[in-house]
Every structure is written in structure tokens, then in C-alpha cells.
Design a protein around this ligand. Structure first.
Ligand code: IPM
Ligand code: MG
Length: 360
């Protein structure tokens, strides 16, 4: 019988992207081999700021069409000090997310074994969250403009766009995700005291649909108060849903509270699976450590585990996650951002070995 093939487009992007994506592909191939039920086929696309500086675009004109032929995308990072950030973002990452309508951005935040976060006495029992970020509109809709440029009356405007389709689908996605987790809790985060149109709309859509999920316990928080709750009462939080910008900010805080931005993973999901989803570490391009071989690949490995889960390879996803946890738990091969001295190669080898040794 021929084995199932998972076709992955690897887009390393800028900075440390290529280092962590190479490591991620190595680990994915190893876990496929160990699992035996499927194989990984991949193609690498050198899209990003280097290409933009040479050719004027981040990806070829048919780049999005090319991506559609793949099952999933493993993305490194986008950002280069020589190119303004908003140009990079809109030229590559947002272009992929928005055109392929990967509307559900899922950001797990959990304290891994052996890792001490900045919160005293807090373990993975208290800090085990998933932040669901609306990923197609809101404050990132790109609507707005500049007028009277460089005159005294200059104006800059960004308009947040919330559609019923966009709000309802992300809230339903989060309610379903919460339902699949042991605690079945979802916190809706908005800012409806100040943003009296779009955010009140978010609240009212939630009121209309949450009754369809009677088994999910829900509550509601303003985004500023949520930051305090994350720090002071982490154990009261399980699943969170918020707008594109609010969840962007909350997920950085969540990553810091789990020990380092270097381990935080994310999936830009197209839940309908009629277009590929994209998985990436959230740490960014980290130009200061580029090429030194010390980048933390764990965020990419965790993202790769999310990719396998999305592809339905649940045993392989679990095996990879366990391997990551074994390495953090043993604490012998931790990268610098987690208090160790291991190089990317050493961390990768430790995870590869843990995959080999896993026996479930
Ligand atoms: C993230 C990042 C991006 C975002 C940046 C790089 C534009 O912060 O993935 O959280 O804001 O979406
Ligand atoms: Mg961010």
C-alpha cells in the first residue's frame, strides 16, 4: 500500500528563518520515518526580503497559486532591518494569510516541563492556554489612508473592520476548540467600553451564538484587565478569543510568561482545509543572532507538531511534542533564551534522539 504523502511548502523567509526551518524539516522527516504511516515531501521557496531587495517583490506573481497546491506551509519569519516592517508584512506573511483566508490563528501557551517562567510557583497546571486570534480582518484589514502628507494638517487613519462572517466564524472556532479541551472554558476578550462600535458588535455576536455550546463555560474580559489576569490569576484562563490586534499583544505576553518567545508556536489555520494552513514560530527574524547557529528551533518544532495535528497525524504530533518536552524536561540541551548554552544543532539533535527513543 502506498503511504500517505504530506506536501509541505517550506518558506524560511528572513533572519534566523532559514536556520529554524531547516531544523524543522529535519525533525518532521524524522518523525514521519519513526511513525511509518506517512511521508513528507517538501519544496523550499526562498521568498523574503533578500528577494525583494533584488527583484522588487517578496514572492513571484504566481506565488499564492503555487502555495495552493501544497497541504501545509512551514514559515520561518519575515522582517529585515533594510526594509520597513509594514512593507515586509504586507508583501509576504499577511498576503499569504489573508489571500488563503487562514482566518483562525491559534497560539498555544503552556509552560513546558523543566522551564521556569517569570511567574513564581506557576507550572503547566496553572498555565496552559490557547489564544485564538482573528486573522483575516479587524485592525489588520488594511483599510485607511494618509492625507496631507508632510503638511501640518497631516492625517493617518487605520480603520478596524469587523464583519459578521468574520466575527462569528472565529468565535465559533474558539468555542469548538474550547469544547475539545479538558476544562471547556472560553474567555471573550474585547474593549467594548471604549470601542463602542466594533467591540460592542463582537460582544453581541458572542451573546447570540454561545448558547449553541452549552457545555462550554464562558466569560468576558476587557483586554487591559486581561493582561493583569494573565499575570495574577493564570489558572483561571483556558481558551481565549480576541481580535487580530488584541490577541497579537496578548500572545506576546503569554509567550513571555511561558519562559521565552523562542518556544512559542502558531498556526494560521484554514479550518475548512480547502486551502493550505501555515505554521510558524512567533519569534520573528532576530537579525542580531542570524547565522550564529544559536537560534532556538523549539518554536518551529512545536509549530511542526501543530502542522501534523492539523494534517490528522495525531500520533506523530504527540510523539514530536513529547520529544520536545523530554528535551526541555531533561534540561541538558537548552538554547540560550531558555537559560542553557546549546546551539541550534545540539537542540535539534537532542529532539531527533528523543524521537528515535520514543516507544509508544
Ligand atoms: C505576530 C507578529 C506579526 C503580527 C508582526 C511580525 C507583524 O507580531 O505574528 O504576532 O503582528 O501579526
Ligand atoms: Mg505579535
Amino acid at each position: 500500500m502506498s503511504k500517505r504523502v504530506i506536501n509541505i511548502a517550506a518558506v524560511p523567509g528572513d533572519g534566523i528563518g532559514p536556520e529554524v526551518i531547516d531544523a524543522g524539516m529535519e525533525v518532521l522527516n524524522a518523525v514521519a520515518k519513526r511513525d511509518g504511516g506517512f511521508v513528507i515531501k517538501s519544496e523550499r521557496f526562498d521568498w523574503g526580503s533578500e528577494r525583494y531587495l533584488k527583484k522588487g517583490d517578496f514572492m513571484p506573481e504566481n506565488g499564492l497559486e503555487t502555495l495552493k497546491a501544497f497541504d501545509s506551509i512551514l514559515f520561518g519569519s519575515a522582517g529585515d532591518p533594510r526594509v520597513p516592517d509594514h512593507i515586509t508584512l504586507w508583501g509576504l506573511r499577511l498576503k499569504i494569510c489573508q489571500t488563503l483566508d487562514q482566518y483562525a490563528n491559534v497560539r498555544p501557551a503552556r509552560l513546558l516541563p523543566g522551564i521556569e517562567g517569570p511567574l513564581k510557583g506557576v507550572t503547566s497546571k496553572e498555565l496552559d492556554w490557547v489564544i485564538v486570534r482573528e486573522n483575516s480582518e479587524g485592525e489588520y484589514a488594511g483599510v485607511g489612508g494618509r492625507v496631507h502628507q508632510s503638511l501640518a494638517e497631516e492625517v493617518g487613519m487605520d480603520v478596524a473592520v469587523f464583519t459578521r462572517t468574520g466575527v462569528e466564524r472565529i468565535q465559533r472556532f474558539a468555542l469548538e476548540l474550547a469544547r475539545s479541551r479538558p476544562r471547556k472554558k472560553l474567555t471573550l476578550v474585547t474593549k467594548s467600553n471604549a470601542q463602542r462600535h466594533g467591540m460592542v458588535f463582537w460582544d453581541s455576536v458572542f451573546e447570540q451564538i454561545k448558547g449553541d455550546y452549552p457545555d462550554v463555560e464562558t466569560d468576558k474580559m476587557l483586554v487591559d484587565a486581561m493582561t493583569t489576569r494573565m499575570v495574577l490569576k493564570p489558572e483561571t484562563i483556558d481558551t481565549v478569543v480576541a481580535t487580530n490586534l488584541h490577541a497579537d499583544v496578548l500572545s506576546d505576553l503569554a509567550a513571555a510568561l511561558t519562559g521565552s518567545l523562542g518556544i512559542a508556536p502558531t498556526g494560521n489555520l484554514r479550518p475548512e482545509k480547502d486551502a493550505p494552513s501555515m505554521f510558524e514560530p512567533i519569534h520573528g527574524s532576530a537579525f542580531d543572532i542570524m547565522g550564529k547557529g544559536i537560534a532556538n528551533p523549539l518554536g518551529t518544532f512545536w509549530s511542526a507538531a501543530m502542522l501534523l495535528e492539523h494534517e490528522g497525524e495525531l500520533d506523530a504530533a504527540k510523539r514530536l511534542m513529547k520529544a520536545i518536552e523530554r528535551v526541555t524536561g531533561e534540561g541538558k540541551h537548552l538554547p540560550r533564551d531558555l537559560g542553557g548554552t546549546a546551539t541550534s544543532r545540539e537542540v535539534t539533535d537532542a529532539v531527533l534522539e528523543a524521537i528515535q527513543q520514543s516507544n509508544e
